[in-house]
Design a binder for this molecule. Structure first.
Ligand code: ADP
Ligand code: ZN
Length: 614
């Protein structure tokens, strides 16, 4: 895959250039200019030069005399005196009387230097800048400005040999959907015979880093057709009209090369809902209109397939997603457990894995990770192996790299006081113990109290056994209890609270809120949706849709729910105080313990047998 993109220089670069040129001009050219100008001499010198017959040209005007020496190279001027015989003396010295020396030499010269030259420099610079800008913006647009410019845009990328579907792991549903496109590009007659037409546009929808770009490239790779790619943000330019002309240009090129794939990344940057407000973004709307026009303009079955990617589908203009445009939506979701393992395997092809490496465990640890994050984990592991002077990547490398991606690097030189270390140990054991004591919580994989660059002073890595698609009310409650357990342990042991629980608090509140406003897990509100998710793939922001009165009730219910679970966690811990102390001491000494070591101590204690289920 060849990707030629001209490097972008920020605009500030051009301003800096102009500034430097101006400065140089003032510092160098202006003094030169003054030197080239007339030298003022006194009348005596003038008289002496006449006597020495050293005058070339001379011009006498009302209030000054301008003259040159014999060589006519130096220009002088002097004032006018009441000198009756001057003309005769000059005549005798065989000076040439001339009119307009001052204009022919110095003023013209200085006019050139002060007037024309800066203009020329600015014009040249302007030309250069606009050319650079046009290049960035992509080729032919320059013509619309009547400034000439390069003929072909460089931004459109053409794939020679490409990515294939096997390189994209998981995402089987998406691949199936796209397979049809590949088949069509291979064999269009099959479709036209029946009278079926391919969708002109497909929308790949999903969170960042799930392989949307890869999938688009893979379609081109599988079908052996050219691949044009452009990002939505590249359409939105400084000048109104540039984006639209770029769209025209893109489609013109694509039609020439058909059959081909056109890929528009981040389509939401141009495809946002037009709100019709005054002072809206004209440029964006024009670009969008042009895109719509182009899509309507070409008949189906001409071999140009447009793939677009977005992670905010809800913000797209309905005109863009209506039939005949981007009417097919291909979800590209975060990978499930099997998908994660497959993605890890694909990327592990590039490295040497030791025999002990178990990608299944890693996939389990990395729940919720996107394809890009998984790729990053493999790379981190390889880097760690190199750092330690090894040529094979071990399981330990992989596990550490998952933690690096989740929690950041180990902070080697962070010094916790002894007291703080104890508090952190109790906090983390609190989480783990409550998780273990509640049957439904996922078992613990690892507990550590080594600080991380993300700011975590320690953490408990929980691992889901398999993928969970449904969570019961009880499971969610247990999760809240587990989250509050860190703080609970501090309370039980030290009778005081610390700042170390802010992240836990945030997460617990989020779950509790969702239970009440979205999952209908509260009797008072029954199955009424009080909140809607507005930003599904990017953090999942929500917006409330209820009366202020209800909002207050929601807040009260959230507080009550978290409080009850916090109470439960505290009780579980104080009931098992001896075990808590033992585990915390063990963690304090070892700093990092595995799930097995933890469970061994818990089982020795025998609490789990006493409990209802395990
Ligand atoms: P998106 O366009 O969805 O943001 P990309 O396609 O750019 O994501 O993916 C970024 C990188 O993540 C890819 O280059 C690849 O290394 C990795 N990746 C993402 N998803 C997958 C997948 N399903 N299989 C293999 N690698 C993947
Ligand atoms: Zn915590």
């Amino acid at each position: 895959m060849k990707e030629v993109k001209s490097p972008k220089k920020p605009l500030i670069y051009y301003y800096a250039t102009v500034l430097i040129v101006l400065l140089l001009f003032n510092l160098i050219i202006t003094p030169m200019l003054q030197e080239a100008q007339v030298t003022e001499v006194d009348y005596g010198t003038f008289m002496r030069m006449i006597e020495e017959k050293d005058i070339g040209l001379v011009e006498i005007s009302q209030n000054q005399i301008v003259f040159t020496d014999k060589s006519k190279e130096n220009l002088y001027k002097t004032g006018v005196m009441n000198d009756m015989t001057l003309t005769e003396r000059l005549y005798e010295s065989s000076a040439v009387f001339s009119s307009g020396i001052s204009e022919t030499t110095s003023p013209l010269m200085s006019f050139f230097l002060t007037g024309i030259l800066p203009l020329l420099i600015f014009f040249g610079l302007g030309q250069y800048m606009s050319k650079r800008l046009m290049e960035q913006m992509g080729g032919k647009d320059a013509l619309t400005f009547g400034m000439g410019g390069s003929k072909t845009g460089k931004i459109y990328v053409q794939s020679t040999e490409g990515i294939h579907f096997d390189d994209v792991a998981g995402e089987d549903e998406a691949k199936e959907s796209l397979q049809e496109i590949v088949d069509y590009l291979h064999n269009p007659e099959k479709y036209t015979e029946v009278g079926a037409s391919m969708p002109k546009g497909l929308l790949l929808v999903g969170p960042p880093g799930t392989g949307k770009t890869m999938l688009a490239k893979a379609v081109a790779g599988e079908a052996h057709v050219p691949f044009f790619s452009i990002s939505g943000s590249e359409f939105v330019q400084m000048f109104v009209g540039m984006g639209a002309s770029k769209v025209r240009d893109l489609f013109a090129q694509a039609k020439e090369k058909a059959p081909c794939i056109v890929f528009i990344d981040e389509i939401d940057t141009i495809g946002k809902k037009r709100d019709g407000q005054l002072g809206g973004n004209d440029e964006r709307e024009q670009t969008l209109n042009q895109l719509l026009t182009e899509m309507d303009g070409f008949e189906g079955n001409n071999g140009v397939i447009i793939l677009a990617a977005t992670n905010r589908p809800e913000s797209l203009d309905p005109a863009l997603t209506r039939p005949g445009r981007f009417d097919r939506r291909v979800p590209v979701e975060l990978p499930d457990l099997a998908g994660r393992e497959a993605i890890l395997k694909v990327h592990a092809r590039k490295i040497h894995l030791s025999d002990d490496a178990n990608l299944h465990t890693i996939a389990r640890m990395a729940s919720g990770a996107s394809g890009a994050e998984l790729a990053n984990m493999i790379n981190e592991a390889a880097l760690r192996a190199v750092r330690n002077g090894r040529t094979v990547v071990t399981q330990a490398d992989l596990e550490e790299s998952v933690e690096v991606v989740i929690a950041g690097y180990q902070k080697k030189n962070a010094v916790l006081s002894d007291e703080e270390k104890h508090v952190v140990a109790y906090h983390e054991i609190g989480h783990a113990l409550v998780a273990a004591l509640q049957s439904h919580s996922a078992p613990v994989q690892k507990i550590t109290i080594i600080p991380r660059t993300s700011g975590a002073l320690g953490y408990t890595l929980q691992v889901e056994q398999g993928d969970k698609y449904l969570m019961s009310k009880e499971e969610l409650e247990n999760k809240i209890a587990t989250l509050t357990a860190g703080r609970s342990a501090e309370e039980v042991v030290y009778g005081m609270v610390s700042t170390g629980a802010s992240n836990d608090i945030e997460q617990a509140t989020k779950i509790a809120r969702a239970m009440i406003t979205r999952y209908g897990m509260n009797d008072a509100f029954d199955m009424v949706a009080l909140e809607t998710v507005t930003n599904q793939y990017l953090g999942g922001d929500t917006s409330l849709a209820c009366s202020p009165q209800t909002q207050r009730e929601i807040d009260e219910k959230v507080v009550a729910l978290v409080k009850a679970q916090h109470e439960k966690a505290r009780k579980l811990l104080s009931d098992n105080r001896a075990l808590l102390d033992k585990l915390a001491q063990f963690l304090y000494e070892k700093e990092t313990i595995t799930g097995e070591e933890f469970m061994k101590i818990v089982e020795e204690d025998g609490v789990l047998q006493k409990g209802e289920h395990c």
